[in-house]
Design a protein around this ligand. Structure first.
Ligand SMILES: [Fe+2]
Length: 264
């Protein structure tokens, strides 16, 4: 299985502070069945790690994992905070795309709202040949209120990564319900542990994959946890299923009705 979103590199963001913590995080991921993980340090324009430094840290971590006989491969990436400058920064290679391949970019929205520039930024990326992958949209309050906004972004080409922690309730029942709803409606393409620290914020991968299987069955769970991210790493196109029709109508009424139906 492949984890699309993790803060694994020491000293570059609010992830692990030391190599020991980084190695422990990797041990935990491997023990939960993860074989590949994208290291995605926070990228905030004006305050970001140098891509060359990230590549060096990824190489160093992979060397350490080999010497520990840890069966996990780390790939470079970034979690890019939504900003009108992103398309220019990506084109100038100032921000790392996923697996440094220039094809997919992990994009984080603010937690409370969907900024007015969102569509323009995402579609400017798409028109430049870079597919945006929205990091944990289930944690965004405005998208929880107006889920049709997310369906529209996906219909127009964006992809979605849900957090493992959200699926199992780490961020509360509202976020968990919405994450489950997104999975059910075919609006989730990848899962990420978004792990930051082996004790304060460990990966909850094994529990989340078990929950995914309960929600949508083994085939869809494997598509999210294995085949879609493998396709991404190979640089190929990840195919997005059409969202369920009731999602397009969106609105909080449908969210509440669906949640009641699911009993979650
Ligand atoms: Fe993150």
């Amino acid at each position: 299985m492949i984890d699309l979103h993790a803060h694994l590199l020491p000293g570059v963001d609010d992830g692990p502070a030391t190599w020991e913590e980084a190695q422990e995080l990797c041990r935990q991921l491997a023990s939960q069945g993860v074989t590949g993980v994208l290291a995605t340090p926070h990228f905030i324009p004006g305050r970001y790690p140098d891509p060359r430094h990230v590549r060096e840290l990824v190489n160093e971590l992979n060397g350490r994992l080999r010497s520990m006989s840890c069966p996990l491969t780390v790939y470079p990436g970034a979690e890019a905070y939504l900003d009108p400058e992103l398309p220019r920064l990506v084109a100038g290679k100032t921000v790392l795309t996923l697996n440094d391949a220039g094809r997919y970019l992990l994009v984080e929205l603010p937690f409370e709202r969907v900024p007015s520039c969102t569509e323009n930024v995402l579609f400017s990326l798409l028109s430049g040949g870079v597919t945006p992958v929205l990091a944990h949209p289930e944690r965004n309050a405005e998208l929880r209120e107006k889920p049709s906004l997310l369906a529209t972004l996906v219909e127009r080409g964006a992809l979605v990564q849900v957090n493992a922690g959200s699926v199992v309730g780490e961020f509360g029942p509202q976020v968990q319900r919405f994450a489950g709803r997104l999975v059910h409606q075919g609006l989730v393409h990848f899962m990420g542990s978004d792990t930051h620290h082996p004790r304060q914020r460990p990966p909850l991968w094994a529990a989340a994959t078990a929950r995914l299987e309960q929600l949508v069955g083994r085939d869809v769970a494997l598509t999210i946890a294995c085949s879609n991210p493998s396709t991404l790493l190979a640089g190929d196109e990840v195919i997005s299923p059409d969202p369920e029709p009731d999602f397009r109508r969106g609105g909080s009424f449908w969210g509440r009705a669906f949640s009641r139906f699911l009993g979650r």
